[in-house]
Design a protein around this ligand. Structure first.
Ligand SMILES: [Zn+2]
Length: 495
């Protein structure tokens, strides 16, 4: 809950950034007053002045003249966070024979109402496309649609893409992605390509993200179980049954090895296992430039979800694991797990039903579109189960969901902090407010939710993206659709 203001020591009024020294003598566009600010380092009562799209000043409460502002936002009794960054989303992604139902319009509304002011998607070239063409295809999807700022990692799916890396880094796209699975989609990279890519990452000060699952053994396990008898007997439970923890652990071990010997920066996406976390911790201690993220589903759900009648809805990739993995990943947030993201890839009930064979009366788990909605609930889950649950502080939440993502993904200096010169991306949370998760309560287009029925605090009362109020009273301002812009990013930081 809200920390008592009496327990806080107000900091000295912050000095202004050099370019902003005249700000105090000018009128402000907006003031955010009366709130308790939370950065990755500390919590303190302060007011925020905004000029244009940036923060102009952070000052002791009451020291900025209200009359000088066109717009005053009262944040009394509220938490004020830097806008969070979900570095792992798939909006309108063609996948598993359909297209994920949250596009940049709806996905970004979900983001903004969930305290997220920037999203990073994955531009995946379709057959024969260059990285630049994939970048342009994703620009076409996002421009004019998104309420929040956006960027993407570029998926390297062919050897020819390696020659484009230098140019893409120059264009402000310094992060790349390789899949160790998805051979049938034509997306997978083998060890040789991963090794060569990591050499280039080192050379160009870029970073490779890896989806680490062991493709060949996974395919063997799927083939062993892909019979009508097994599918009738186990249903959606075949999803976790064919993906034991070693499928992820072996792939992380191998990728981490190439990271260590090349010195190329590597970031393991959506890490879901205790074993994976142990490997990343060990290889980091051997001075490899290695980091990992986990997603909210791996901190909150277990594979018991597959036992229910709607079990197939929960198929995501990798799938949710056991309680021991959940517990280990929470511990990892204080060590090798640097970022919490969502891997948002929403599919409706009708889309998920693609697995069902009506004539045979059973489902084929390999045909379930894999992915979960998540943008609405990332920060509320971390706020409710993490902060209010006593597992992390508000500062740690900001570190995992805003500051570290900004640093690691090349956005630091613009995003991830509340300080003069940073973009005025702010999420204001009323800690007394909460709501029960239902699809109707959320912005996602998805007609079901993995957290349905949970009472969560930590939704945004007010959200600002570069100084504009895009959410007020928990509702998105749809007239600002298209306010979000493409983010050119700088060098990724190793944490
Ligand atoms: Zn993903």
């Amino acid at each position: 809950m809200m920390q008592p203001p009496s327990g806080l020591t107000p900091p000295p009024a912050r000095t202004l950034a050099p370019a902003m020294t005249n700000a105090l003598h000018q009128s402000f566009d907006s003031l955010v007053v009366g709130g308790t600010l939370h950065t990755a380092q500390r919590s303190f009562a302060a007011d925020i002045a905004i000029v244009g799209h940036r923060i102009a000043a952070v000052a002791q409460p009451g020291t900025l003249a209200r009359a000088s502002a066109k717009h005053v936002i009262d944040a009394s009794g509220c938490d004020v966070l830097p806008g969070c960054i979900d570095v792992h989303v798939h909006l309108a992604l063609p996948f598993c024979g359909t297209t994920s139902c949250d596009d940049f319009a709806f996905g970004s509304q979900a983001a903004a109402c969930g305290c997220v002011t920037s999203v990073i998607d994955f531009a995946i070239p379709s057959a024969g496309q260059t990285l630049r063409q994939a970048h342009e295809a994703w620009l076409a999807k996002a421009q004019g649609q998104s309420l929040v700022d956006y960027a993407w990692h570029l998926a390297i799916t062919r050897d020819e893409h390696l020659s484009e890396i230098e140019k893409m880094v120059e264009l402000g796209l310094p992060t790349f992605k390789e899949f160790m699975i998805y051979e049938s989609e034509g997306w997978n990279s083998d060890d040789a390509r991963m090794y060569r890519t990591l050499q280039l990452m080192r050379h160009h000060h870029a970073m490779l993200l890896v989806h680490a699952e062991s493709s060949r053994v996974l395919d063997a396990l799927i083939a062993q179980h892909h019979t009508p008898e097994q599918m009738r007997k186990h249903g959606a439970r075949l999803h976790p049954l064919t993906r034991p923890n070693f499928i992820e652990a072996e792939a992380i071990e191998r990728a981490a090895h190439w990271c260590k010997v090349t010195g190329g920066m590597l970031y393991v996406v959506h890490m879901s296992t205790a074993e994976g976390a142990e490997i990343v911790r060990r290889v980091r201690s051997e001075h490899a430039p290695l980091m990992a993220e986990t997603c909210t589903q791996y901190l909150t759900l277990t594979d018991k979800v597959f036992d229910g009648p709607d079990g197939h809805l929960f198929a995501c990739c990798p799938q949710v694991k056991k309680q021991a993995d959940v517990d280990r990943l929470w511990l990892g947030l204080h060590d090798e797990v640097k970022v919490v993201s969502t891997d948002t890839c929403s599919f409706t009930r009708a889309q998920k039903r693609m697995w069902w064979n009506e004539a045979e009366g059973y489902g084929d788990w390999t045909k379930i579109p894999m992915g979960l909605p998540g943008l609405d609930t990332m920060v509320p889950l971390m706020y409710t189960l993490g902060v209010q649950g006593g597992r992390i502080t508000k500062n740690k939440l900001v570190e995992l969901c805003a500051s570290n993502p900004a640093k690691i993904m090349g956005l630091w200096g613009k995003k991830g902090d509340i300080a003069p010169g940073f973009d005025a991306d702010l999420a204001i949370i009323d800690p007394r407010a909460s709501k029960i998760v239902t699809p109707k309560n959320l912005q996602s287009r998805c007609d079901w939710n993995p957290y349905e029925g949970l009472q969560l605090a930590g939704f945004a009362r007010t959200t600002l993206v570069r100084g504009r109020v895009v959410v007020e009273g928990g509702e998105p301002d749809e007239s600002l659709r298209g306010h979000g812009g493409f983010l050119m990013r700088g060098r990724p930081m190793l944490l």
